[in-house]
Design a protein around this ligand. Structure first.
Ligand code: NDP
Ligand code: 2IT
Length: 448
């Protein structure tokens, strides 16, 4: 059996009931096959792949907090410190009822290669909790965040592990967590990114993932003879990534006609009104039905079981920006049948393995999340730089660095794919380009 197949089998055996982690490992290792085969003897002797798929450290902890009725609630907190070969662990905190160890491990594993692709010195980590922020009062959110950080603060620090936002964790939650860290540890340091501008945050971090997604998509289209101008785009999700992806797509001359949340989706034939979307989602924290109620050109569709939502709408470009495995084989077939030319992942692993293969087989340009959504963490690393030098840069300065990083990432993937005879396969390109730097650093640092 090949080394890659042995390690995939080992991961499935050693980590039962973690299907998302298996999926992420399979996707990466399958596309590294050619690199691994070229170095098989050395990699095997050094157990390189076994070390790569085993987190350096993982924490699982109790998070008790008191709700508004005086009832004590108990959630589970996680932080997985996956790989520190190229820098301090870096990655977001997800707050969603679906969170479990396997989900945090898949996200942490992806983060290793994503962070490597940014070209900045950050290792891979991820954390979160099964806490559901929906419907909670501001005081309940603060109580949860303080309790979560009371434990997490033992394991993180500006030079060791720097968490940030992800699903359910935005500026408000980062603020409460930062306050509690400072209070307990007694140090004012850049231990979290995505901070508010008044206490060490970076301009353009809020916009960075969505903007970065469009910078990379634009470059991918250009290099393949297309122009984003005038294209119709379907976006899923309506959170941080989706909102700023929609905004930048429209600035670049495309028309975004859909957004979604966990209860339904909107089709807006005139193009999404970003100001209204921000009002509904960022200010009121309301459902998308409120967007449709305020906008005559929009139709609202309640999410029903088995219904495929936004991917049934005819578009040139699809940008999944909600969550993992939200675009399956049937969705991919519908997109191809409707003439879609490009899919770029704003979310982490939103496309199933079968759907990815189908899209690629049908010549749809496909930008994987670890490259396409790397703008968020790249800008987090720029926030870390600003915190270290105790300065803050202008919006334009950060945004132009972000744009350069995304354009470079695209060319790195493109080059890596070509070097290994897989021209145009950006999944292979991203995994190989991300892996090369991490392996080089791991090898140089010996058996650790
Ligand atoms: P937000 O919490 O701001 O928004 C998440 C959006 O996705 C919401 O519209 C939410 O709907 C929807 N969603 C979440 N879970 C589900 C689900 N299980 N089923 C259907 N819809 C769902 O998160 P972000 O925008 O920050 O994150 C979106 C994706 O982008 C995630 O995969 C995240 O890991 C990834 N990402 C985020 C980065 C960042 O900087 N924030 C950076 C790189 C990647 P509802 O409100 O109804 O739950
Ligand atoms: O998935 C991701 O890259 C993020 N949620 C952002 C992580 C970060 O540290 O900014």
């Amino acid at each position: 059996m090949s080394y890659v197949d042995e390690v995939i089998e080992l991961v499935v055996k050693k980590n039962p009931s973690e299907p998302e982690f298996h999926q992420a490992v399979k996707e990466v290792l399958e596309s590294l096959r050619v690199v691994v085969e070229a170095n098989e003897e050395k990699f095997r002797r050094e157990a390189l792949l076994e070390r790569l798929v085993e987190p350096e450290r993982q924490f699982k902890f109790r998070v008790p907090w008191v709700d508004d009725k005086g009832q004590v609630q108990v959630n589970t907190g996680y932080r997985v410190q996956f790989n520190s070969a190229i820098g301090p662990y870096k990655g977001g905190l997800r707050l969603h009822p679906s969170v479990n160890l396997g989900i945090i491990k898949f996200l942490g594993f992806e983060q290793i290669f994503k962070n490597s692709l940014t070209g900045l010195p950050i290792g891979g980590g991820k954390g979160g909790s099964d806490f559901d922020p929906k419907g909670k009062s501001d005081r309940e959110i603060m109580a949860f965040c303080q309790s979560f950080m009371t434990e997490l603060c033992k394991y993180i620090g500006a030079d060791t592990d720097v968490p940030a936002g992800d699903i359910g964790t935005g500026a408000r939650e980062i603020g409460y967590m930062f306050g509690q860290y400072k209070r307990i540890r007694g140090v004012y340091e850049g231990v979290l990114t995505g901070k508010g501008l008044s206490y060490g945050g970076s301009l353009a971090r809020t916009e960075a993932t969505g903007y970065g997604l469009l910078y990379l998509t634009d470059e991918m289209l250009k290099c393949n003879g297309h122009d984003i101008k005038g294209k119709t785009v379907c976006v899923s999700g309506s959170g941080n990534v989706a909102i700023y992806a929609t905004q930048k797509a429209q600035e670049l001359g495309a028309k975004v006609v859909t957004v979604s949340d966990s209860t339904g989706w909107v089709y807006d034939k005139d193009g999404i009104d970003v100001a209204l979307l921000k009002e509904v989602k960022e200010v009121k924290r309301a459902r998308l039905s409120e967007y449709a109620a305020a906008r005559p050109s929009a139709e609202y569709h309640e999410k029903k079981n088995g219904e495929h939502g936004v991917w049934t709408v005819k578009c040139d470009i699809a940008l999944p920006c909600a969550t993992q495995n939200e675009l399956d084989l049937d969705d991919a077939k519908a997109l191809v049948a409707n003439g879609c030319i490009a899919v770029a992942e704003g979310a982490n692993m939103p496309t199933t393995l079968e759907a990815t293969e189908y899209l690629q087989a049908n010549k749809v340009l496909f930008a994987p999340g670890k490259a396409a959504n790397a703008g968020g963490v790249a800008t987090s690393a720029l926030e870390m730089s600003q915190n270290s030098e105790r300065l803050s840069w202008s919006f334009e300065e950060v945004d132009s660095k972000l744009k350069n990083i995304m354009v470079n990432i695209f060319h790195n993937l493109d080059d890596a794919a070509k070097r290994y005879g897989a021209e145009g396969n950006y999944v292979v390109g991203a995994n190989i380009a991300g892996f090369e730097k991490v392996v080089d650093a791991m090898t140089a640092q010996g058996i650790v």
